[in-house]
Ligand binder design. Structure first.
Ligand SMILES: [Zn+2]
Ligand SMILES: [Zn+2]
Length: 387
């Protein structure tokens, strides 16, 4: 087992990679240059089993250990950036206005490359490691597509692990928990139907704006009065479209919103109750409501055995006091959740120090965190695939 000092030389190299990736951000599935950079680096480490073009620009590379037969475990990094104009004022700021690595996926990619270089050079493990570099984590389901294109079966992956940097957590610290880590993400559209007319004659209309206002308040009672208070549920209405003029009562109001929870059964629960509350209120006023409910990321759920392995790997790197193994779950979401639905595994947070939050224009991945992320991956492999 290694402490972080083992990875100081790699830190210097990984910092160069990270800053190059930061200067050259790419979005969604269009991470062509990033994927080419990753592929070239992997080949230069002597890794000869590299498959590209999975989910358009995703990569899976295999490193075989020298410790004999054993299972294959998957380590995943994401490669995509965000459509944000950077304001970090760093010398390595984005060269592409309107695109930036505001979620630290540049750091995630650099850390997995660092671990790949170390593991390909030492190979002190049994079985194999599958390095998974995915595109399109930010809302375009790259993780799901890689699963759908069969990477788990094709590479015989038995367990998967993911990592995300966490601004506000000290560099050198890790946070994880058994069970739900991040929430599911669903989206809904509600159409509230009334009968439009002149705003001066509301008595001749069925005003869907007033009905929508009641529905918005009513939806909050699903959380406060219907759901079990011990279980977490968020329902937010975030977008409203009514008439285009001040003196018109529209026929319809369109509402959009999102549902987040750590309890998978609450997704069905939310769908059922959003529809019944909206229809009940709308019909009471002579109107009606239609719901379109769409499920996106599942709950990011950490499995028992793999979470214990992740905690052990992190503790061996930084000591027990620097690993919080019972952090509070968060309401954000991650498309790594699809990989955790396909195989047991664990997702861990890595301290990024007092930087701006992710998705903020002033955010920057903290290069001091690189050797901790690299060391975690290496320890995890040497723990899970111990010879
Ligand atoms: Zn993000
Ligand atoms: Zn992210």
């Amino acid at each position: 087992m290694h402490n972080v000092e083992t990875f100081r030389d790699l830190q210097r190299e990984a910092t160069e990679w990270r800053r190059y990736l930061h200067e050259n951000p790419e979005l969604d599935y269009q991470v062509h240059n990033t994927a080419r950079f990753v592929t070239e680096k992997l080949a230069s480490f002597g890794i000869n089993h590299i498959e590209t073009g999975i989910a358009e620009t995703g990569i899976v590379a295999l490193i075989q250990g020298e410790g004999g037969e054993g299972p294959t475990i998957g380590l995943r990094a994401d490669m995509d950036a965000l459509p944000i104009l950077e304001a970090s004022n760093k010398p390595w700021s984005s060269k592409i206005p309107g695109k930036m690595h505001a979620c630290g996926h540049d750091g995630h990619t650099a850390m997995l490359l660092g671990a790949a270089k170390y593991l390909a050079g030492t190979r002190k493990f049994k079985g194999s490691v599958a390095l998974i570099f995915q595109p399109a984590e930010e809302g375009a389901l790259g993780g799901l597509r890689m699963v759908q294109e069969g990477i788990m079966d094709r590479f015989n992956i038995s367990q998967v692990f993911g990592m995300h940097n966490a601004p506000g957590m000290e560099v050198g610290k890790f946070g994880i928990r058994h069970g739900p880590m991040l929430a599911s993400l669903d989206e809904f559209d509600l159409i509230v139907k009334g009968r439009g007319g002149h705003a001066a004659k509301p008595n001749e209309t069925i005003d869907p704006v007033v009905i929508a206002a009641q529905i918005i308040m009513g939806l909050q009672t699903i959380v406060s009065r219907k759901a079990n208070p011990i279980e977490s549920l968020v329902i937010s209405v975030t977008k409203l479209k009514a008439a285009d003029a001040f003196n018109i009562i529209p026929d319809e109001v369109e509402m959009t919103g999102t549902v987040r929870t750590h309890e998978p059964s609450l997704r069905d629960f939310a769908e059922t109750h959003i529809l019944s509350v909206a229809q009940g209120i709308a019909r009471g006023f002579g109107g009606d409501a239609e719901l379109d409910y769409r499920r996106h990321d599942p709950v990011t759920f950490n499995h028992m055995e793999e979470t214990t392995l992740a905690i052990k790997a992190a503790r061996n790197l930084v000591g027990s006091a620097a690993v919080d193994d019972n952090i509070k779950p968060r309401m954000g979401s991650e498309d790594f959740a699809y990989m955790l639905e396909a195989r047991p595994g664990a997702f861990i947070f890595l301290g990024n120090g007092p930087t701006a939050g992710v998705h903020h224009p002033a955010y920057d991945f903290n290069d001091e965190a690189l050797p901790f992320g690299i060391g975690y991956w290496v320890n995890l492999v040497e723990t899970t695939l111990a010879t």
